[in-house]
Design a protein around this ligand. Structure first.
Ligand code: SF4
Length: 72
């Protein structure tokens, strides 16, 4: 799906996600949508050049369902 990095990982709360699909528009390299519009995330650590895009996707999620988890 994309390059593997060493940054944080995207995660979604499936309870609060309402399938707006904005995250897939803002970060298509790491988010695809299923047939109902719910995000399918690439769980690999983000490469450095995509972290800013991921932060924007997290900030713009209308229901605050998207988050970045630190890579352990
Ligand atoms: S933008 Fe938020 S609510 Fe919309 S699909 Fe993505 S995670 Fe779900």
């Amino acid at each position: 799906m994309s390059r593997r990095g060493t940054g944080p990982r995207l995660a979604v709360n499936p309870i609060t996600c309402l399938a707006h699909g904005m995250c897939a528009e803002l970060l298509p390299e790491y988010v695809k949508l299923d047939e109902w519009g719910y995000p399918i995330l690439n769980g690999d650590p983000l490469p450095p050049d995509l972290v800013a895009h991921a932060k924007r996707a997290v900030a713009d999620c209308p229901t605050l369902a998207l988050r970045l988890d630190p890579t352990s």
